[in-house]
Design a protein around this ligand. Structure first.
Ligand code: MG
Length: 386
């Protein structure tokens, strides 16, 4: 880059990649059907070029969803994936990323970290916000909902009331107890009673009801509370069961853990198993695969949400850029920055009531402060050619 002028014709040859596992403290533990978390365990990557350009990415692996643990994602990034990108031109971000599929099958969160970093790097080198690269600005604003952890009906009703008092018009309830599906229904009914008829209620069972019969019982018992949709009622592998639940209850069904990428969604479409899909960069393997997944959803008349693991400002910003760019994306769930006691970016300042603003600036619009990253880093590994 000369005098600050971007030069799109100049290669962005990848010279080094930093792999940095970080542990970020949550304000309060996050509880869902299959796990409870006290911290966010994340792996940051910084991709650097020969010219000193850089881009940041993040992996937040979820062992129950992506099959990756925090240490395994960090090790795979360090030993297998990052080395495979060295010397390649970051401008060919889809081609460069597709090489990683020949190195390792799966590992979507680890791959997402590198994919996000390449997108950040290329957008920065062109001096544009990332959404410009992804298709432009399809909507004026993004509305977010707040998540209520699994708890007693009373505790969940209190939490939901608090979020509504903070200006949120939609709450998302974490349920999914296969041993007591009617208690799950009672949770939803209690929240409806607490927040009144105008507030949107989303229900996420996180596979917790497991079998379609249990899910049907729970959903029928909560139908008076009119959830906007019911997410992942049955086990991730059971797309036929998901289709059964949709047919038997008439509820609007969102597939989440059951759909990682484009090939899963082709089956969802064939089985008519869902009305909505929750796209998460950590499931798809990054932004490129998320665009492919969304294209199939849009063609099939399936609406999309951009969701998230509990992520720092880096991966959360990536999700927001995707959401603002894609017309088929109606809702987003990017609560991570609000749930963190300390973050490595400033995305939380863009949250105002139920709206979230994209950060200003080029690329992701997030510039991590190195001293902050070091403070939360449990190790730091620089991958470069010897
Ligand atoms: Mg979900």
């Amino acid at each position: 880059m000369k005098g600050g002028t971007p030069e799109p014709d100049r290669p962005l040859r990848i010279a080094a990649i930093d792999v940095v596992p970080v542990r970020l403290p949550l304000r309060e533990p996050f509880v869902i059907a299959y796990a409870s978390y006290a911290d966010v365990l994340s792996v940051l990557v910084r991709v650097r070029t020969e010219d000193g350009a850089e881009g940041w990415g993040e992996a937040t692996p979820d062992p129950n969803v992506t099959g990756e643990t925090w240490p395994s994602a960090a090790a795979m990034l360090r030993d297998d994936l990052a080395p495979a990108l060295l010397g390649h031109d970051a401008r060919d971000r889809f081609g460069t990323m597709s090489r990683l599929d020949a190195v390792v099958e799966g590992a979507p969160a680890a791959k997402a970290a590198l994919d996000i970093a390449l997108h950040d790097l290329v957008a920065r080198s062109l001096a544009v916000p990332l959404w410009v690269l992804l298709g432009g600005c399809s909507k004026a604003a993004l509305e977010i909902s707040r998540v209520v952890s699994l708890g007693t009906p009373e505790a969940m009703a209190d939490a939901a009331r608090g979020h509504v008092a903070d200006g949120f018009s939609t709450v998302k309830l974490k349920v999914g107890d296969a041993t007591a599906p009617l208690l799950d229904a009672a949770r939803v009914v209690a929240v409806r009673a607490a927040v009144g008829p105008e507030i949107g209620i989303k229900v996420d069972a996180n596979q917790g009801w497991k079998a379609s019969g249990t899910a049907v019982r729970a959903i029928q018992a909560m139908s008076e509370s009119q959830p906007a949709y019911v997410e992942q009622p049955v086990a991730a592998w059971d797309l036929e069961g998901l289709a059964d639940v949709r047919r038997q209850t008439g509820a609007t069904i969102m597939v989440d853990e059951g759909c990682h990428g484009a090939r899963d969604l082709l089956r969802v479409v064939a089985l008519r198993a869902a009305d909505l899909v929750n796209i998460k960069l950590m499931k798809t393997g990054g932004i490129g695969p998320a665009l492919r997944l969304n294209a199939i959803a849009e063609a099939a008349g399936i609406g999309a949400q951009v969701g998230t693991m509990v992520e720092s400002s880096i991966a959360s910003a990536a999700g927001l850029h995707v959401a603002i760019a894609l017309a088929n994306v109606a809702t987003v769930e990017m609560g991570g920055p609000l749930m963190l006691a300390e973050d490595i970016g400033e995305l939380a300042t863009g949250y105002h009531g139920n709206q979230v603003l994209l950060p200003d600036g080029v690329g992701l619009g997030v510039q991590p402060d190195i001293s902050t990253v070091r403070r939360f880093a449990t190790s730091w590994h620089e991958v470069r050619r010897d």
